[in-house]
Design a protein around this ligand. Structure first.
Ligand code: NAD
Ligand code: UGA
Length: 479
């Protein structure tokens, strides 16, 4: 018998909950989607009339929101009401790495997942399908089931019952809408076939049936961690090769192209960069490491941990190269940082390589001017954790807010910002950085002036013609 589905609730209106429910709402106009969050500021931003003020920047999101919001998609803080009316509840809350206690530094902090499960236990009515959308350690479904079942025994509401499913999300930030619209696969893990079918029916509104995979619940949880671990491993692999390229005269872009033509390897995720960032790769690998250690699989744990270690080493290596090229010191030198987000087309800075590299340079005494088209000054301040000495006075440059020993630049159109800079360091691959007028910029800088391109986006000839010294990741340039 088919389970009737009319109303969906999503707990967590973040980078996953927001876009995922928006896509579902746009594809399933007959279903109601209630997205709830304890963060009222975030909910207010999701409800902002001005779509440029949505809490996350994601190409294509504004258009989808304008078609669905307040029609069959609702954002609110009313967790109780949303749970009570839901046939399916997605748990899409944050699962960061624990910072204290058992498993600190490796295992995921499940306190938000547990709190969500307890809310579901408290308010749900009748039969409810509870879906793990967050990325979770293997066997978390068991924890959720225990919490839900204990509510059943403790409650006078005898009619409540649950099925727990795993339905991990594979979207990448910056391409979330495209990824959700045309996913490589939709993974549904569980043991109740009727519940799995009910969930798959939502996706079938736009995803071809052959792309919807059913597995057991533990395989689904583990497949999500494994998928991120494999992707991150490719980046660490190519970044390690970039260091070899720099000393041998090989070019990492040519090596990537050559190996990517092998259909067994494939060409994606072979771009060498300043090291992977984002909220998930490091967290999910460390989760896998913790799992392997827990089961005494030391060699397995060491193998995956090295992927994270290479990433940290690589970021440190880039910081050191910058200092060495600038005659061994950056103290009191003005350096312009272009890009702070962990990748282009997002305002997310979690685990961004820019945070580590900027902190390293600040520790060396540098004066940084930081620009990112979508990251705010307050976000940068939060990430760098440097006490702000913010003044409302804008002095030298009309577009700059002063923030202690680093400054935020809102726009790079006024080339005055490059005045007396010793170097420009490109850390995120935003399109606008491809179009800089190097000849004009060079005139403003202190000679010998450097461009450090960690994303391989500048036109080498234009930079060299402007008589700027260029260091590019993964080849002999600048050595
Ligand atoms: P996020 O921090 O952007 O959003 C999580 C939201 O959950 C926050 O707004 C928070 O206030 C809310 N929340 C926490 N506890 C709550 C509660 N008890 N009730 C209501 N709301 C609550 O996180 P995110 O980036 O959306 O990631 C969510 C999960 O999805 C994580 O497990 C992550 O690993 C996974 N994931 C993330 C991505 C990504 O690209 N960001 C992609 C795939 C999977
Ligand atoms: C990643 C995965 O790609 C998604 O499938 C997954 O759902 C998500 O993590 C998650 O679980 O959170 P995301 O972190 O948003 O998505 O972005 P990616 O495109 O994977 O980039 C991650 C990092 O790797 C970025 O810092 C990016 O610059 C870097 N990267 C990516 C490279 O350095 N080289 C590449 O070739 C690709």
């Amino acid at each position: 018998m088919e389970i009737p589905i009319k109303t969906i609730c999503c707990i967590g209106a973040g980078y996953v909950g927001g876009p995922t429910m928006t896509m579902m709402a746009s594809k399933c106009p007959d279903l109601i989607f209630n997205v709830v969050d304890i963060n009222e500021t975030r909910i207010a931003s999701w409800n902002n009339e001005d779509l440029s003020k949505l809490p996350i920047f994601e190409p294509g999101l504004e258009e989808l929101i304008s078609r669905t919001r307040n029609k069959n998609l609702f954002f609110s803080s009313n967790v109780k009401e949303a749970i009570e009316s839901a046939d399916i509840i997605f748990i899409s809350v944050n699962t960061p790495t624990k910072t204290t206690g058992l498993g600190a530094g490796k295992s995921s902090d499940l306190k938000w997942v547990e709190a969500s499960a307890r809310e579901v236990a408290k308010y749900s009515k009748g039969y409810t399908i509870v879906v793990e959308k967050s990325t979770l350690p293997v066997r978390t479904a068991e924890v959720i089931e225990n919490i839900l079942n204990s509510a059943k025994t403790n409650s006078s509401r005898e009619e409540i019952s649950f099925s727990v499913l795993s339905n991990p999300e594979f979207l990448a930030e910056g391409t979330a809408i495209k990824d959700l619209d045309n996913p490589d696969r939709v993974l549904i893990g569980g043991k109740n076939k009727q519940a799995m079918t009910a969930l798959s029916n939502i996706y079938k509104a736009w995803v071809p049936e052959e792309k919807i995979l059913f597995t057991n619940i533990w395989s689904s949880e583990l497949a999500k961690l494994t998928s991120n671990a494999f992707l991150a491993q490719r980046i660490s692999s190519i970044n390690s090769i970039s260091a070899i390229c720099e000393v041998t005269g090989a070019d990492v872009r040519e090596v990537s192209r050559a190996i990517g033509k092998d259909s067994r390897i494939g060409s994606k995720f072979l771009d060498s960069g300043p090291g992977f960032g984002g909220s998930c790769f490091k967290k999910d690998i460390l989760n896998l490491v913790y799992l392997a250690e827990y089961f005494g699989l030391t060699e397995v744990a060491n193998f995956w941990e090295s992927v994270v270690e290479i990433n940290s080493w690589h970021q440190k290596r880039i910081s050191e190269i910058i200092v060495k090229k600038l005659f061994g010191t950056v103290a009191n030198k003005k350096l312009v940082i272009l890009g702070f987000a962990f990748k282009a087309n997002t305002n997310d800075t979690r685990e961004s390589a820019a945070i580590t590299i900027c902190k390293n340079l600040l520790n060396e005494g540098a004066n940084l001017l930081i620009h990112d088209p979508k990251v705010t000054a307050s976000q940068i301040e939060n990430d760098l954790k440097i006490n702000s000495t913010k003044t409302s006075e804008n002095d030298n440059y009309s577009l700059i807010e002063k923030l202690g020993n680093w400054e935020h630049i809102k726009s790079i159109h006024n080339l005055e910002i490059f005045n007396n800079a010793y170097a420009i360091i490109i850390l995120t691959e935003w399109e606008e950085f491809r179009e800089l007028n190097w000849r004009e910029i060079a005139k403003k800088m202190v000679q010998p002036a450097w461009v450090f391109d960690s994303r391989s986006i500048v036109n080498v000839k234009e930079v060299q013609d402007a008589e700027l010294s260029l260091w590019r990741l993964g080849d002999g340039l600048g050595n």
